[in-house]
Ligand binder design. Structure first.
Ligand code: AGP
Length: 625
């Protein structure tokens, strides 16, 4: 039985495309495909495998699932002791058979000479395409990967390791690659620049993968490559050079096998399972927390918290909404100014850096390219006080940050983030009271009460989850709608945004969220009897305000679906349906109110029959811009 802490130590990395390769003396075709299957939940649009059988290099690609590759392997009877497998999530070029990896470049006799699988983006691929075409290379795809494979072939020195080293100097972008050359059939060369790549050390065979999850059951040890490093992978030896070309000793970590299969148990989808894992995820995230005096955010955090005069949060998607919620908490409790920036916007605008700011990157995966770039960008502007709240302890964002808080949500498989969000909020509340404490703004009694409230969270979440049957009744109605409006106020506005995002992501119903006070400034025009309006209405200082906003909706014939607590005095009425939350949660209520919105989206999507864990066009973690 693997605990949540064990899962954390699995050092999982998530990304969009998947790479699984091996050098062995046995047929590794089924092992590579099993590795790909382990990465399937992250989403992909095509997949492929290349195998060398001591004579020739063969390839199978598919626009279907990995299962189809298995069928084709049996049909064509392809085997091989060395191979490269890949799941692709389209960036350059549409999802198509020809764009699927592995890509080949052939020698003069027309036989495949170099095979390449690739994650990420080669930004300057167009610089090479025309000249390669002019010297006779024929392109069958629209990908940057095919440009790279021909470039490697063109510049091949007789040693594929040297060739990769030379070619890397010409490339711009973020990528991880694995290369095989049929002239040197005992080795695979891997290189990492901005996208994850790990080496798996087996017995008499070695592996290369973009994620240890794919190979953890086949190897004894894992080596994490850093940016600029290149690995020469053979059966009995593994050599790594750093970005300056020097041979280096790499730390080997014990591989922990994490079996994903049959984990669904009684649940129909990982998303549902992950929603119900939230009490445990929060308990694990808070594990060992006795007082705020501990340096839970890393060594030196207490001192640093006293020196900062503002917080700059960078994040994307759900993690961004967690950051928005934190703004309300930090400004109110710690009286520190907070700016929350969408990472992809922050990178490209002229901002005014404040070197006394704490730069906080929030990310479930720790590999989101935009968030990582935003963090690096802030550092390049002189902001050195960096921190991450992240679910993957070995991720790039964690490695890039001075301080860290690792949420212990365990692996999140559903593309739509649920338990990662709830644990992020938990960690952010902890940060808010820690910042308040470091400024002398928290009395001992308040600290005790807040910590007690945090420890009570898992049981409160459990009680909220018991509302599922009532939410299922609402889902029936929502599944027949094309549009939904979500409203919240104050610290519940980001929760309304997150509710709308969940609804969009998995049910494909158009959903928007507004701070309820904004209704009359525009969105009220959308409200008709056909537009259900979901309201997050806890009994807080803004309750009377949001009640007025609800009246504005009712006056236009809109139907209200309200989550409120008992003391709000909001009752079922004509055009108003209410689900009462089991308790009143005070300042922590955003955490609890997010949960029924997750369940509402889940059950609506279930009725609509969408691919809930792998919604169309989305990947679990976005490692490209
Ligand atoms: C959440 O449901 C989304 N799939 C997405 O918005 C996600 O939160 C975003 O891409 C950020 O990911 P991260 O937390 O791994 O950085």
């Amino acid at each position: 039985m693997i605990t949540y802490f064990d899962k954390l130590d699995l050092e999982l990395e998530v990304f969009m495309c998947g790479i699984v390769c091996a050098v062995s003396n046995r047929d590794i075709s089924s092992i590579l495909l099993e590795g790909l299957s382990r990465l399937e939940y992250r989403g992909y649009d095509s997949c492929g495998i290349a195998l060398f059988d001591n004579k020739e290099l063969n390839r199978i690609r598919s626009m279907k699932r990995v299962l189809d590759l298995k069928k084709q392997l049996i049909e064509y009877q392809f085997t091989g002791c060395i191979g490269l497998a890949h799941t692709r999530w389209a960036t350059h070029g549409i999802p198509s058979y020809n764009n699927a990896h592995p890509h080949f470049s052939s020698n003069e006799s027309g036989k495949p000479h170099i095979a390449l699988v690739h994650n990420g983006i080669i930004e300057n691929y167009e610089d090479f395409r025309d000249s390669l075409e002019n010297i006779g290379y024929r392109f069958e795809s629209q990908t940057d990967t095919e440009v790279l494979v021909h470039l490697l072939n063109h510049l091949y020195t007789g040693d594929i390791f040297d060739t990769v080293q030379n070619v890397m100097k010409l490339l711009k972008g973020s990528y991880a690659i694995a290369v095989f050359c049929s002239d040197e059939p005992d080795r695979i060369v891997g290189a990492r620049q901005g996208a994850p790549l790990v080496v798996g050390v087996g017995e008499g065979e070695n592996y290369l993968s973009s994620d240890s999850l794919a190979i953890s059951d086949k190897v004894k040890e894992i080596i994490y490559l850093e940016d600029g490093e290149i690995v020469d992978l053979r059966r009995h030896c593994i050599n790594v050079i750093n970005k300056d070309g020097f041979l280096i000793e790499k730390l080997r970590h014990s591989a922990v096998n994490f079996v994903l299969t049959s984990e669904l148990g009684k649940y129909r989808h990982y998303m549902q399972k992950e929603i119900f894992e939230q009490p445990m995820a929060v308990a694990d995230t808070l594990h060992g927390l006795d007082s705020l005096s501990m340096e839970i955010f890393g060594r030196g955090s207490s001192k640093l918290f006293k020196t900062i005069d503002s917080v700059l949060i960078v994040a994307c998607g759900t993690s961004y909404y967690a950051g928005m919620t934190a703004k309300y908490w930090i400004e109110s409790l710690a009286k520190i100014r907070v700016d929350v920036e969408i990472a992809s916007e922050y990178i490209y605008r002229d901002s005014v850096p404040n070197v006394n700011s704490l730069v906080l990157a929030i990310s479930q995966s720790g590999e989101t390219a935009d968030t990582l770039s935003a963090l690096k960008h802030a550092k390049s502007l002189g902001m050195k006080n960096t921190m991450s709240i992240c679910n993957v302890s070995t991720s790039s964002i964690v490695r890039e940050s001075l301080l860290n808080y690792i949420t212990r949500a365990g692996i999140e498989i559903g593309v739509a983030s649920t338990k990662a969000f709830i644990t992020q909020l938990t960690a952010l509340f902890l940060l808010s009271i820690s910042l308040a404490n470091s400024r002398g703004l928290l009395t001992n009694d308040q600290e005790i009460i807040f910590l007690k409230d945090l420890r009570h969270l898992p049981s409160s979440i459990g009680a909220v989850l018991s509302l599922e049957p009532f939410i299922m009744e609402w889902a029936e109605y929502f599944s027949s709608k094309e549009n939904v409006l979500f409203l919240g106020r104050g610290r519940h506005y980001p929760i309304a945004l997150e509710g709308a995002l969940k609804m969009k992501e998995i049910s494909y119903i158009h959903a928007e969220a507004y701070p309820a006070g904004e209704l009359k400034h525009g969105p009220l025009a959308l409200v008709t009897e056909h537009m259900p309006v979901v309201v997050v209405a806890p009994n807080d200082a803004l309750l009377e305000k949001i009640k007025s906003n609800m009246q504005e909706v009712r006056a236009r014939g809109g139907n209200l679906y309200v989550f409120a607590d008992k003391y709000s005095k909001i009752l079922n009425d004509s055009g108003i349906k209410v689900i009462h939350m089991p308790e009143c949660y005070g300042i922590l209520s955003p955490i609890l109110y997010a949960i029924p919105l997750q369940l509402l989206s889940y059950h609506t999507a279930l009725i609509l029959g969408t691919d809930i864990d792998k919604p169309r066009n989305l990947a679990k973690s976005v490692t490209v811009e």
